[in-house]
Each structure stands twice: as C-alpha cells, then as structure tokens.
Design a protein around this ligand. Structure first.
Ligand code: ADP
Length: 457
C-alpha cells in the first residue's frame, strides 16, 4: 500500500510532534509514523524541564542576569566543547521562542513561579511543565495534532528511507503487522525517532563500557532505528561513543527516580559509609562516575521536610513513593539515626555528615565539595532517604545535522529531502547533555525541520 504526503515524520516524541505541527501550520500535508502502540517516546517519561535563557519565569523570580550567551557557554562547556557551535547557538537562540510557541500555540502550561537549577547550568533557567513530566507536553501535542487533522499512525515502524536515482530522500518504507507500506514524501522526510539508550547491543558496539552492565531510563522504542536508516542512506554519524547515564535511578528497573527532584532543592548524596563524595549539582557524567566508585556502585540521597516543601518530590510522585517503599529503596524516618539504621549506614558517620552540611547551610559555603546553591538546614525531620544507581539515559551521538536540521553526508553536504531533530541527532550536546537541554533541543530543531521541510518543494 502506498500514500503521498508532502512531509513524512518518523517518530511521535517531542521532536516529531514539533516538526509535524510546524510543517502543517506552514501548509504542508504531513503524516507521523510511530512504531510503538502509544506516542510520546522518551519525551513522555521525561521530567520535561526546558532550558531557555531570559524566560518569563526568570523575570518573575528576579533572575535578570541570564543571557543566550551564558546558555551557549554552559552548553558548550558542559559537553567539553564537543558540540557543534553553530548547532548549539541555534538551539540557545531559539529556546525561548520555542518555549513561547509551546505555551502560546500548543497550550503547554508551565509552572509560573518555579524553575529548575540543573547541573552544569550557571543560572536557574529551566521551565517546568505542569506536573513536572512530559505528559503535559505530549497531551497538548496530541490535541494540537488532532485539531490540525495530522494523522499519527501508531504501530507503524519505519524500516527504510527511499532514495530517488538523483539521491533525494522521497519516502519511507514501513511495516505494520508484517505488511509493508510506502509513504511517499514530496518534500522529504524528517527523522525524529529518538536515541538508542534502550538498545543494549548498539550501546555496547558504540561504547563497550555501556553494555549489558547498565539498565536504561528509556522508553522501549529508543533503539536507534533512525540512526541505522540514516546511515544506510549515506548520513554521517558522530559522537556515537558518548553515552550519558543519569546518576540517580531505580536500582531495580533502571528508570529515573522522579523523587530525585529533591536533589535540586538540597537533598545531599552519601555513600554506604554515610559520607558525601561529590557535589550534588554536578554534571551527570561526573556524578555518575563518582557513584560508580563508591561501595556497591550506588549511593543514597537524604532530605527533610523543608526540602520536600520546596521540591514536592514526595507529594508529586506518590505512585513511585509507594513502589519504592515496598521495594525497600526509599524510607521515611523521623530521625537521622533511623534513616541510617534502615540502610545499615554507620549512624555516627551520617550524623557527622549532616552536622557538617548544617554548618555549610549557615555559612553558605560548602568547604568539602563547593555546592553551587545554598544548602538547606537538615536538623529537623521528617527525613526521606532513597538509594539510586546510574542508568543509561541519553545518547549524545547520532546523525550529524547543520543548523537547518538537514542531515549531512560524509562530506558534510546536506542529503536532499532529509532532516532530523531530537535525540537521533549527534551535533548538540558533545560529551554530556545538560539536564533540560534535551527539551530545548527537540522543540527547537523539530520546529526548524518542520519549517524547512514544508518550504522545500
Ligand atoms: P525525541 O526526544 O528526540 O523526540 P523520543 O524518544 O521522545 O525522541 O521520541 C522518538 C519516538 O520515535 C518514540 O516514540 C519511538 O517509539 C519512535 N520510533 C523509534 N524508532 C521508530 C521507527 N523505526 N519507526 C517509527 N517510530 C519510531
């Protein structure tokens, strides 16, 4: 069976929706192919915070000294200057317009009085959607796609890009229930199929360290299909060995611990010996590496009610609290002694660590690990303590793109009719993606890819 559209989008995550809606609003006919039975991909299960310098919430909170330039520098530095500067610049310059588009066109509701301060960012600049997960984005994207009559075909797996004799990408071959479908694309194809952190073999091939020894935080569809399809069509692939682990994940399933939100408001990390060993707001790669060096290759986060009142980590994530408590990886305690005893941490050590943190909270200076924010006094309970391990979270590598989201061939020339956006690309984050830069990346380049593809006749 075959059908014809102007633009064919592979993948119904944040990048794919942004691309499809933008292309449609520019007058193109669009279809979105999604291999899973449901939409959303990693974008759905993400915390979905979105970094944007100079945003409206910053103004409300009196954060007036941020700039696109700072966001650029943080992103480049956070990725050890391995990101493509032109691509990074495009991302940071368009992050705020992308957030405003999400708010004003798509109807995404953001928390109006709160921002996240993610590791590696020099300013608090990350917008938080309602509910602090990607659900808010994906629901609004679904509604926006429906309103525009954009077909989203779930259970349809893109298998292969179709190339014309002249070398232009003119369609996608896909399968559903063993049947093959051809989606012809008059203007071209946008690959928005996400990363490959859920593909153990591909991970191990890209970087043997990140093979079967790690679990993943990812949705099961993140198997790198778009990278493989792109490569077959002549695309250049970059930075494949750069794989990020998220430091605090469920030791049983590998999923991100949503209650780890508490860490951004002052939860401290301690090892099995009850001692701090890393700055709690460090880059994910640095923290993950530090955790892997501790006894048992895990650690604990500890926080109290004062931090809960700011982060709402427990109240927002009741389902997780229940599961974790049952599994014995989260414990609520009235005292530090009780918290320590539950996990067999030496009580005196943990008490000494907390006493020292309380001192740093008073002086505002962490003499041990130079905590970048101000610690919260931990002298009063109740307390929560949870165990976490690093888990494969984001694959920085993928298809090489230029600032127009065009996929480049091995000579850095755009492949006609082919665009890519989101985690499937490899040009933005260098060695290490900063928290909340993924949402900026997927929306910015999704929109660019959609606009470019719609305009390319
Ligand atoms: P991003 O954050 O870059 O938007 P996501 O992981 O949120 O990435 O979304 C990517 C989507 O692409 C997922 O829903 C995933 O199931 C889908 N996908 C992956 N491979 C294919 C494929 N071969 N065909 C169709 N959809 C795919």
């Amino acid at each position: 069976e075959s059908s014809v559209y102007d633009v064919v989008v592979i993948g119904a995550g944040g990048a794919g929706f942004s691309a499809a809606i933008t292309a449609k609003d520019a007058g193109a006919s669009v279809v979105v192919l999604e291999k899973m039975p449901t939409v959303g991909g990693n974008s759905l299960i993400s915390g979905a915070e979105m970094a944007a310098a100079n945003n409206w919430v910053q103004r409300k909170l009196g954060i007036l000294d941020d700039s696109v330039e700072r966001h650029f520098e943080d992103t480049m530095k956070g990725g050890d200057y391995k990101g493509d500067p032109a691509v990074v610049r495009t991302m940071v310059e368009n992050a705020l317009p992308a957030a405003l588009w999400c708010r004003d066109v798509i109807g995404v509701e953001f928390q109006e009085d709160n921002l996240f301060f993610f590791g590696g960012h020099s300013r608090k600049r990350s917008l938080i959607p309602k509910g602090a997960t990607g659900m808010e984005f994906i629901q609004k994207f679904m509604a926006a796609a429906k309103k525009r009559d954009i077909p989203i075909i779930t259970g349809m797996k893109a298998e292969e890009l179709v190339k014309s004799p002249e070398g232009r990408i003119v369609g996608v071959k896909a399968t559903m229930d063993g049947k093959t479908y051809t989606f012809n694309a008059k203007n071209g194809v946008i690959i928005a199929s996400g990363g490959f952190a859920a593909n153990v073999e591909m991970r191990a091939k890209a970087n043997p360290f990140y093979g079967a020894g790690f679990k993943t935080t990812n949705a099961p569809g993140a198997t790198g299909d778009g990278i493989v399809m792109g490569e077959k069509a002549g695309a250049q692939v970059v930075n494949m060995d750069l794989i990020q682990t998220y430091p605090m994940c469920d030791p049983i399933t590998g999923a991100i611990e949503l209650i780890d939100d508490a860490r951004f408001e002052g939860a401290i990390l301690v090892n099995q010996e009850g001692k701090r060993f890393v700055e709690e707001l460090e880059r994910r790669d640095v923290m993950s590496k530090a955790i892997l060096e501790q006894t048992g290759q895990y650690c604990y986060a500890l926080f109290n009610d004062a931090i809960e009142k700011k982060s709402h980590a427990i109240t927002h994530h009741q389902d997780e609290v229940e599961v974790f408590t049952k599994a014995g990886i989260l414990h609520k305690a009235d005292t530090i002694e009780e918290a320590a005893e539950f996990f067999k941490i030496p009580v005196e050590n943990l008490k000494a660590t907390v006493a020292r943190v309380n001192e740093f909270a008073k002086t505002g200076k962490d003499l041990d690990f130079n905590y970048r924010a101000r610690f919260v006094d931990l002298s009063t309970g109740p307390y929560w303590i949870y165990r976490g391990v690093p888990s494969c979270h984001h694959t920085m590598g993928g298809l090489k793109i230029n600032p127009k989201a065009q996929v480049l061939d091995k000579n850095d020339k755009p492949i006609p009719g082919l665009w890519a956006a989101g985690e499937v690309t490899g040009s933005t984050h260098g060695t290490n993606r900063l928290g909340s830069n993924a949402y900026a990346d997927i929306i910015v380049f999704g929109r660019i890819a959609g606009a470019e593809a719609a305009a390319a006749k």
